[in-house]
Write a protein that binds this ligand. Structure first.
Ligand code: CS2
Ligand code: MN
Length: 345
């Protein structure tokens, strides 16, 4: 496996120099944040980003994410042009050494939480999802990082209604269309596409979510029978419900060569199905991180891995989930487990 770190570009308070000093870090995963969703990523911008990362002694082989325009998910408006643009972006990225692209097909909201800085018992702060609080939220009046805040209340209501009307099967149909369009290009460019599961993996605010469980991952992978069509397996997203057995999913899809990118995050599942993001250490959450890494090791995983969200510790401030310290501790813990597995095998 190749250990990587998510970096949000020059505006990220975590610098490339910081990341370079984390033991075992091979590279960063990043994106070009200035391009409006749906437009082509120009080669010059890709070259600039790549150079900046490489000048700092790190690699850039993974993009997280190339976002999918809402019109593609709804198959409306300009969606055919956006799909053509997406293909051009894949080609442009491949030309400059990108080997893996992460994306998701979550309607409107990316990851959803009720609070981004919940104080935990040990004095750290973490992202949490408390069901009771989410049930009381009005999605047309919300703003959370990762969410597109450019919609007015009216536009947001209309968008939500469009998805409610589309329903799960409608969303599957639009996903299938998108996959069958882009995958031949990814195969031709030898780029691995890894869809990120829905976070959390259940419908929110009445909007459908489909990348949620084993049956649906099977259905998704069957849409295009080529290894380039695969997964970003996020342990924390799929793992915030006991219904998903993460090590079993890793063994299954790992053997099939369908996992291209591993996100490793621990979460503590609470009695009512709420959850808190926790430190990576198995004892701090509901997931067994050793078992997860064993599953990757057993299946000969050669892909990219990154510590997913971390808590805010030691007084750090910054992008919720994406501070330096706790993610660096997580990476170091995982490297330690991996080294042990290597030496024992
Ligand atoms: C999440 C997502 O996994 C994560 O870190 O915060 O934002 C994820 O990056 C995207 O959904 C991937 O497309
Ligand atoms: Mn993730």
């Amino acid at each position: 496996m190749k250990m990587t770190f998510r970096w949000y570009g020059s505006d990220d308070p975590v610098t490339l120099e910081n990341i370079r000093q984390i033991p075992g870090m091979t590279g960063v995963v990043s994106a070009i944040y200035s391009i409006p969703v749906g437009e082509v990523w120009p080669e010059e911008e890709i070259v600039k980003l790549k150079k900046q990362v490489e000048d700092a002694g790190l690699e850039l082989e993974v993009i997280e994410s190339v976002p999918v325009h809402e019109d593609i998910k709804l198959a409306r408006g300009d969606y055919k042009r956006y799909i053509e643009n997406y293909k051009t972006t894949i080609r442009n990225l491949a030309k400059h050494g990108i080997k893996c692209i992460c994306y998701n097909f979550m309607p409107v909201f990316d990851w959803t939480r009720s609070r981004l800085d919940q104080p935990l018992e040990d004095g750290s702060n973490a992202l949490v999802y408390y069901r009771e609080d989410v049930d009381k939220m009005d999605p047309t009046k919300l703003a959370l990082p990762g969410w597109d805040s450019s919609y007015s209340t009216d536009e947001m209501s209309q968008l939500i209604d469009a998805y409610k009307e589309l329903g799960e099967e409608g969303l599957w149909k639009n996903l299938e269309y998108f996959i069958k369009e882009i995958m031949p290009v990814a195969v031709e460019c030898d780029v691995n596409m890894g869809i990120h599961p829905d976070d959390p993996p259940w419908p929110i605010f009445g909007i459908p979510r489909i990348i949620t469980c084993e049956a649906n991952l099977d259905r998704f992978l069957a849409l295009y029978p080529d290894k380039h069509h695969g997964l970003t397996l996020c342990s924390g997203s799929l793992g915030c419900t006991n219904l998903n057995d993460i090590p079993a999913l890793i063994r299954k899809y790992g053997k099939e060569g369908r996992i291209h990118f591993a996100h490793i995050r621990n979460v503590k599942i609470l009695d009512d199905g709420s959850f808190e993001e926790s430190a990576h250490l198995s004892g701090c959450g509901s997931l067994d991180i050793v078992e997860i890494l064993k599953a990757y090791h057993e299946t000969g995983f050669k892909g990219y891995v990154r510590p997913d969200h971390g808590r805010m510790i030691w007084g750090e401030t910054g992008k919720p989930g994406y501070g330096l310290y706790d993610r660096a501790l997580g990476a170091t813990y995982m490297n330690g487990i991996w080294e042990t597995l290597e030496k024992l095998s």
